[in-house]
Design a protein around this ligand. Structure first.
Ligand code: SF4
Length: 494
């Protein structure tokens, strides 16, 4: 069995999950990575490739497996100055080093790991120090002296302006001291990891003591006694350790088996009550007061945003959200509704200016703008105001009066146990407006929309496919604001 650096990092996060991946890979067969997860991996690879521009004389080891190990050895024997993807295997451990730089005076190599992040992470599973210590241990076992270790990550201050300036886009951080300090601990973990993977399956699964959001996809396999909707689904239960651990220790997994509900407060208690009573908990007065404050015409508004590790457009930096689309349903006092939308289909020049110009035409400054999880829309407006100061007042005015429809659910004015403790529109909509569904659309999630937009604007995409993606994007964003309209109408009725 070969153990890669990724395996090691997974082990430090959850050894059971790694064991299952190695011995019961069929459990992961039907669990497809989301488009967004795939994009994160691609972005990581892209950052690695782009960072090579910092070292134009570097040589890439472009072979794989044993060939890559042999090729690396030849380059090292020749004392090649800069190597990308140098490959080493020692015992069962296998690594590819992003960048190695030979120091003739010290007769040793500097080792750099490229990360598509904005800082140095020191928390499992993304622990850059342990990551480097693992690589250093494997390389040194091959008889090579590593004299310096560091991370090359993206500079959060950098904004693109014309051609990318690689010296400004990347930051090089020397982590030699920290890596040396953690090396003994990492070597010990490596030997424990080897032993653990040779052992029979451990039945225990630590996530029995964690809330649903912290669990992986194999939780149900390791915990067949836990029902699909369990105490793990109670709103932020992972943070209430005393209460939660007590239930688990006493074998209380189903919400209806809770024998001390009085210890619950706020959202947790409301969820429990809705569950045990079998009907929603509704605070009609609070809902009425919140909705009565809205001013017509109501603007149900939603942006879609795009992010990339390597900035693609002027004015934006690494991982900075670019609003590329909006949908707007406008409701008048008499209930009549009109739909407006905008999508950047051919990015050029001042990318977001046409979008903000259209917003100015579409939005009546007298009416309330309504969003779901409004902090996202507000942050995009702040960025647009920074890029287009002549629209700053208009955008600030929107932000000042913006109403977040999600608060009706996050503040527990309306709680249905079927929301499973969440106030996300994807959870709320199918429960209260079941006839509306994202499932019939070709795009059903925001991260998928972002990935599709990138595909649509690519010069490699055919005109026919571009047209289809454009249609899918417009339908998806329109659904987001139409869903808000229907939820608003539902709330008005009650
Ligand atoms: S559910 Fe949690 S403890 Fe169990 S295998 Fe997955 S990550 Fe590990």
């Amino acid at each position: 069995m070969r153990i890669t650096k990724t395996d090691y990092l997974e082990y430090t996060f959850c050894k059971k999950n790694l064991w299952l991946k190695k011995h019961k890979s069929e459990l992961f067969e039907n669990v497809e990575l989301s488009d967004f997860e795939k994009k994160i991996i691609e972005e990581g690879n892209l950052a690695d490739e782009e960072a090579r521009n910092l070292f134009p004389a570097g040589v890439l080891v472009d072979s794989f497996g044993q060939d890559a190990i042999d090729d690396t050895k030849q380059y090292i024997d020749k004392k090649e100055k800069i190597l990308f993807q140098a490959t080493f295997a020692e015992d069962v451990f296998f690594i590819r080093a992003d960048i190695l730089i030979y120091d003739k005076e010290k007769d040793g190599y500097e080792l750099y790991e490229v990360k598509a992040s904005n800082d140095v992470k020191r928390k499992e599973p993304h622990h850059y120090i342990n990551d480097l210590a693992f690589q250093k241990s494997v390389i040194e076992k091959s008889g090579i002296n590593i004299i310096k270790t560091g991370v090359i990550h993206l500079n959060r201050e950098y904004k693109r302006l014309g051609k990318i300036n690689y010296d400004e886009l990347f930051v090089i951080v020397d982590l030699t001291g920290e890596v040396e300090e953690s090396q003994e601990k990492v070597k010990k973990q490596m030997s424990e990891l080897k032993q653990y993977l040779d052992m029979p399956e451990e039945k225990r699964c630590e996530c029995l003591y964690r809330g649903r959001n912290a669990q992986c996809t194999t939780f149900a396999y390791s915990n067949p006694d836990v029902p699909e909707y369990s105490v793990h689904d109670i709103n932020r239960i992972g943070a209430s350790k005393k209460i939660f651990f007590d239930w688990i220790d006493r074998g209380i997994y189903a919400i209806e088996d809770i024998d001390n509900p009085d210890v619950l407060k706020g959202a947790k208690k409301a969820q429990y009550d809705a569950c045990s009573m079998g009907k929603p908990i509704v605070d009609q007065i609070a809902i009425k007061e919140a909705l009565d404050r809205l001013v017509f015409p109501l603007h149900f508004f939603d942006y879609e945003g795009f992010v990339s590790a390597i900035p693609m457009f002027d004015g934006f930096g690494a991982y900075e959200q670019i609003p590329f689309q909006y949908s707007l349903h406008i409701m008048q006092k008499d209930g009549s509704i009109e739909h407006k939308e905008f999508l950047i289909t051919n990015p050029k020049g001042d990318l977001t200016r046409p979008l903000v110009e259209r917003m100015k035409q579409d939005i009546d400054p007298n009416g309330t703008v309504i969003a779901w999880y409004s902090s996202y829309e507000k942050q995009r407006n702040e960025k647009l105001a920074e890029l287009h100061p002549d629209f700053a007042k208009f955008l600030e005015n929107i932000n000042e009066g913006m109403f977040d429809l999600m608060t009706i659910f996050s503040e527990n004015y309306y709680v249905d146990s079927a929301f499973k403790g969440s106030a996300s529109i994807k959870r709320v909509l199918p429960v209260i407006v079941p006839e509306l569904s994202y499932k019939i659309l070709n795009i059903s999630k925001g991260d998928q929309a972002s990935e599709r937009w990138e595909k649509m604007i690519s010069s490699d995409t055919s005109e026919e496919e571009k047209k289809q993606i454009e249609k899918d994007l417009l339908e998806y964003c329109k659904m987001d604001t139409w869903a808000m309209v229907k939820i608003y109408e539902f709330l008005k009725r009650i």
